[in-house]
Structures are given as C-alpha cells and as structure tokens.
Design a protein around this ligand. Structure first.
Ligand code: FES
Ligand code: FES
Length: 170
C-alpha cells in the first residue's frame, strides 16, 4: 500500500492509501467516482483513458489504464471534468459539439485532453498556418475512435485555432 497524494483539476486529493497494483484508471473511476476518464482497450493503445499531466511548465497526456495510480503520486493532472470552468464550456468543447465531432463519445475525453494540450502548446509557441493541418494530425495521432470521427475532431480543433489565429498562428 502507498499513501497517494496528487492534484486533480486544481483540487488536492489525498493522502489516500491505495494498493500498489491499483491502476490510475480504477483510482479515478472507482475510488474517486470520476467516470469522465474512460477505459477502452486497457492496453495503452487507444488513449481514451488519457489525462493531462502538468509538470515543468508544460503539459502532456498520459494513459491511465495500465499505469499504477502510485505513478501519479505528487503530480498535477487534469481530467475531462476539469475543462469547463463554472459550467462554461471551453472553446474546444463548444467546437466539438458544433462539429458533431463525437458519436458515442467514448473516445471524447481523450481527444479533448489532447486537443487542449495542443492548443496550449500553440499559444506558447505559435506555428505558421501552412503547418497547421500536419500539426493537428500529429497531435491527435494515437487516439482511436471506433465511430471514426477523426475528420470531425480534426476540423473542430482547426476551427478553434482559426477563430483565434492571432494567438495560435504566426
Ligand atoms: S484504455 Fe488506455 S489506452 Fe486504451
Ligand atoms: S465517438 Fe465513439 S469511439 Fe469515438
């Protein structure tokens, strides 16, 4: 057993005693009741279970299905539940809806987290318009959608960038 402490969506969690073999996905869903993070393949292949990890001034996504919860000890993470502040959807969430980017929605938390990390990266380090399509494709690569919503997700992310081009593009 390990005493697990971390920050989730700005809230300090723990210390909570957890089994060392408890996955981060089960910790979120079963221990904390945060079911926004999904469990898909269970083999680090689909990224439907990915959360955002904030560290060293940058952010990245990390799957939770095969990762022990104790590996997240001391980290600061964000889940899909943390995007909308005060009930107001983020521009990316609105764009997902406007573009009908999801069908069953099972992959959506992973795409949302990845898209948010992508937008924050562009805000720090804008790119030329000519590189946008390739960069979005690369950013979303690895996320699987069994409803085949790839084009819609791509278009939704692109729309957010183009709606605030002065922020995201050089
Ligand atoms: S459920 Fe974790 S990568 Fe598929
Ligand atoms: S919307 Fe169903 S898996 Fe992506």
């Amino acid at each position: 057993m390990t005493a697990l402490s971390l920050t989730i969506n700005g809230r300090a969690i723990g210390p909570i005693e957890v089994r060392d073999d408890l996955s981060m996905n089960d910790f979120l869903r079963e221990v904390l009741g945060m079911t926004g993070t999904k469990f898909g393949c269970g083999a680090a292949q689909c990224l439907s279970c990915a959360v955002i990890v904030d560290e060293d001034g940058a952010s990245s996504t990390r799957p939770t299905c095969i990762a022990p919860a104790v590996d997240f000890n001391g980290l600061t993470i964000r889940t899909v539940e943390g995007h909308a502040a005060g009930g107001a959807l983020t521009p990316l969430q609105v764009s997902f809806i406007e573009h009908f980017a999801f069908q069953c929605g099972y992959c959506t938390p992973g795409f949302l987290n990845e898209g948010q990390v992508f937008l924050e990266r562009l805000a720090r380090d804008p790119i030329p318009r000519a590189e946008l399509e390739r960069t979005i494709t690369e950013a979303l690569d690895g996320h699987l959608c069994r409803c085949s919503g790839y084009v819609k997700y791509h278009e939704a992310v692109r729309a957010v960038v183009l709606a605030d081009a002065g922020r995201y593009l050089t």
